[in-house]
Design a binder for this molecule. Structure first.
Ligand SMILES: Nc1ncnc2c1ncn2[C@@H]1O[C@H](COP(=O)(O)OP(=O)(O)O)[C@@H](O)[C@H]1O
Ligand SMILES: [Mg+2]
Length: 382
């Protein structure tokens, strides 16, 4: 029987060729990353604005897979100001996690690589470009400057060690110099109490499986806070929890936000959560930022048809509808992006110009930016 060549499938020969080429590309990146004794000047940079904790600047993160290059993050720019919470929102698969993993340099390697752009991290007296930092230097950044609360605490906690030992280890590793065992334990207990665990001495001796999902997430938050990081990334921290526990954990994060002076990058697909937490909102779609602004701007004056669609698909208390709105169609294939606006095929508000190339960013206010042809008259005004 003749082999039917299905549309969209690669022959094994083609796939082998791609894989060979990928290896060549990723080997180059890996060689650079694994270098030892790289002089600081190579990754030293300057913040565009010293009031920012992080600046993502035209970040491109790709995965070189056997099926082709997945352009997961394709030119993302936004800032996280010091002491503020930035909500990153968008449908599943739009590149939110890959953006945050790029900041931690925790991408699945060697396939996943930052291929272009900069991530400037404010270190206080100086700034580093994370995209240029070698592996050995990243160890000192993770935990101390940037830490992460993951979506599923059970996979992030080690099932065979007691909670206390796991939190102790984080403190020992990053902040242990000159501390005795008792000091470290006291700090762990203090952290557990800070995240609202009443029976802190008891939980200290427990294993992860003895705790509920909400309690485990509190422990994860305690670990993320252990070394007073400047930036905390919370990647869908409440998605795996049920609604009441979700509300408690959000309350906790909101309270902590006022106590610690860290910036928070809060990733979620849930606009309701963003409304409660964020000072600024970044809306991502298919690996790009399509709209950003202050929370007030995004919620009171959403501009991009995608943002407007997200708002319409959110239930509102007191408003009766038969069926919630859902945006028609799906996200384009990240291996094969169109050469026009990525949202055009799903958009119900297209104008004539939308046939053109991908729209550039238009300023609606000094903080409110949108990439959409509907606002090009504003661009000419600027
Ligand atoms: N390790 C990987 N290998 C290949 N593709 C990946 C990998 N991780 C993520 N991707 C792709 O990158 C895109 C963005 O993923 P992600 O950032 O996880 O989305 P989300 O916005 O839901 O967090 C998706 O198309 C996903 O399939
Ligand atoms: Mg994700």
């Amino acid at each position: 029987m003749a082999k039917a060549k299905k549309e969209g499938y690669l022959s094994s020969k083609e796939s082998r060729r791609i894989s060979r080429e990928n290896r060549k590309i990723t080997n180059e990146y890996e060689k650079k990353r694994k270098r030892k004794n790289v002089p600081e000047t190579e990754y030293l940079t300057e913040m565009r604005d010293p009031n920012n904790a992080v600046e993502f600047d035209n970040l491109h993160t790709y995965f070189f897979t056997d099926a082709g290059t997945v352009k997961s993050v394709d030119g993302v720019s936004f800032e996280v100001p010091i002491g503020k919470t930035v909500g990153v929102v968008g449908e599943s698969g739009c590149g939110k996690s890959v953006t945050s993993l790029s900041l931690m340099q925790l991408l699945q390697r060697p396939q996943g690589q930052i291929v272009d752009g900069a991530i400037r991290l404010n270190m206080g007296d100086k700034a580093y470009d994370i995209t240029k930092m070698p592996n050995e230097k990243m160890m000192g950044i993770r935990g101390n400057y940037v830490s992460m609360i993951f979506q599923e605490p059970m996979t992030a906690l080690n099932p065979v060690f007691r909670i206390g030992d796991q939190v102790n280890e984080v403190i020992e590793l990053h902040d242990g110099a000159g501390k005795s065992k008792e000091d470290i334990k006291a700090r762990t207990i203090e952290l557990l109490e800070m995240v609202g665990i009443a029976n802190s001495e008891g939980v200290y001796k427990m294993y992860p499986h003895e705790l509920s999902g909400g309690m485990r997430q509190r422990v994860m938050i305690a670990m993320a806070l252990a070394c007073n990081p400047r930036i905390i990334i919370a990647d869908e921290p409440t998605t795996a929890l049920d609604v009441t526990i979700q509300a408690q954990v959000l309350d906790l994060l909101r309270n902590l936000k006022d106590k610690i002076n860290s910036s928070i990058m809060f990733i979620t697909h849930d606009l309701g959560v963003i409304a409660e937490m964020a000072d600024y909102v970044v809306v991502m779609y298919a690996g790009r930022v399509i709209e950003k602004g202050t929370a007030e701007e995004i919620f009171a004056h959403p501009a991009h048809p995608y943002t407007i669609g997200l708002m319409a698909s959110k239930p509102v208390v007191g408003k009766q509808v038969d069926k919630l709105y859902s945006i028609p169609g799906k996200v384009p294939n990240p291996i094969n992006m169109p050469n026009y606006c990525y949202f055009k095929d799903r958009c119900e508000m297209c104008v004539e110009k939308c046939d053109g190339a991908y729209p550039c960013e238009v300023s609606l206010s000094p903080t409110h930016k949108v990439s959409c042809y509907r606002y090009y008259d504003k661009k000419e005004e600027n």
